[in-house]
Design a protein around this ligand. Sequence first.
Ligand SMILES: NC(=O)c1ccc[n+]([C@@H]2O[C@H](COP(=O)([O-])OP(=O)(O)OC[C@H]3O[C@@H](n4cnc5c(N)ncnc54)[C@H](OP(=O)(O)O)[C@@H]3O)[C@@H](O)[C@H]2O)c1
Length: 305
Amino acid sequence: MSRSPAPQSGIFKVPDAEKPRILIQLDTDQHPSVFDRVVAVDAGVEHIFSYGGVKPEQVRDLVHGAIFTRSPKNLNRTAIFVGGSDVGVGELVLAEVRKAMIPGPGLCVSVMLDSNGSNTTAAAAVRAAAKHLDLGQAKSLILGGTGPVGQRVARLLARQGGHVRIASRQVDRAEAVCSSIRHAVPGANVEAVSASTSADGTKALDDRNLVIAAGAAGVVLLPKKLRSMCKTLQVAIDLNAVPPVGIEGIEVIDKAVMRDEVACYGALGVGDAKMRIHKAALLALFEDNRKVLDAEEIYSLALRV
Ligand SMILES: NC(=O)c1ccc[n+]([C@@H]2O[C@H](COP(=O)([O-])OP(=O)(O)OC[C@H]3O[C@@H](n4cnc5c(N)ncnc54)[C@H](OP(=O)(O)O)[C@@H]3O)[C@@H](O)[C@H]2O)c1
């Protein structure tokens, strides 16, 4: 009796081209961000493995699960997204992700950091400002500069070479942001300022061309009266979409709308670009298995979308 030939090895292999795109979401908050998951689906990611409450010391084993499962030539179909509301912890998680990779034999996957949308939102805001100003010469003020978004806006602007003031109700918090920016961007021209009183506000705004409000949702950080006193101001960008808005007099839908000779942007005016940048960054993760997308890389991508 003749026997059927044994199945050839490899006959049951899924063809390489069909490996689905997997995004591993490492979120430092208890509940992995729904927003980040929806954007990933809309960007064409086929599977999202979401982990919440991720601590830096737990990262290594999660990364090993990603890099030891597919052959190096297919690892561009797996990527990691680091999110959560605390960009400082996000940075520590990113550092651990990088440490756990084994790049020699190609055992690595691309990774992106976007805690609280900080990098993609900051990239969109700075890109808007760059349409009106030479950022190498600009004098900017970041209100709410201690939050995840404000910190990244400040770092991107400092990287362009201009002078950046970072405002906080507690000046030592702004000082801490300045020192972390100086660490990331040697020679950064950054200054911490207080923003507790309206007298502080006048001083902080003095000689500024650009103001970006990255304060908490629903909080007015710059009243109209104060803004109109600043005669050097050319561009004002507000990232808060929740009424009342952060810069009084700006409409959420403003997109390069001139108000009192100042080019104004509201949160939705910037949000459109933010969404495009976020999706483009996710897609870029699957181009190869060696990308590390943090503020600067996402900004440079933002200039091309
Ligand atoms: N347009 C978009 O696409 C988009 C995307 C993401 C986020 N956003 C918006 O961007 C903004 C910044 O986000 P985030 O997550 O970085 O903000 P956040 O962490 O909630 O707040 C930023 C800073 O605002 C200051 N602040 C908080 N409560 C305040 C109050 N009652 N009065 C005055 N200042 C206060 C704090 O600075 P100090 O304590 O140091 O003063 C805080 O560090 C938010 O409005 C968010 O909704 C927009």
